[in-house]
Design a protein. Sequence first.
Length: 249
Amino acid sequence: MPTVLVLGGTGEARALAAALAEIPGTRVISTLAGRIARPRLPVGEVRVGGFGGPAGLGEYIAEQRVDAVVDATHPFAERMSWSASKACAATNTKLLRLERPPFPRDPAIDWREVESLAQAAQSLPAAGRRVFLTTGRQGLAAFAATSDAFFLIRCVDAPDPEALPPDRAVLLDRGPFTLEGELDLVDRHALDVLITKDSGGEMTQAKLAAARERGLPVIVVARPPRPAAQTVQTVSEALAWLGEHAHDG
């Protein structure tokens, strides 16, 4: 009975867990970081919380007799990816990275890539003074000192008030989002610049379409570096890889 450990609370991770649960003789364990108050739970066994670094993850892999690990974490969850790489190397466990492709580059969008949230904050107010900030609640402190711009901050859970810029409104919402809804936000709040991470995925692409239609520049935080690993972009590719490798022991 092969055991597959799926890291991450992404849509791809949930879809993979659901598909694996349908395969007779396969045990799937999904892990969530526990940073979201009401996460969407995947099918099968679920573990919530951190491991305490690569050593703790390695111990868990050994205890559960995991045959293969699929790192399906968010493209910006770099700490977990590095832990998975080190833990799998230490335990001689097969590792696959399931990572959705980046946002497609639209030549009709004023696309401005930066390396960090701090660089995104430094681009203001030159890039715009009415900011649609969709980078999530982690890292909002990078914008806390920006006093000459208004921020519409959208995230799933309420952020730490001390990490917020002085002139802001907070919108608690979870995708998928529609073009109609995004255009309404842009128009209602007179937004003139979008700041986002290059997380990819269809659930949040509507904001890019809205930026294109309204002519907003898009400040995009580039993905962080990841450890070298076999990588696929779709759940079907991950299933095919697991079919070849999860039984190798």
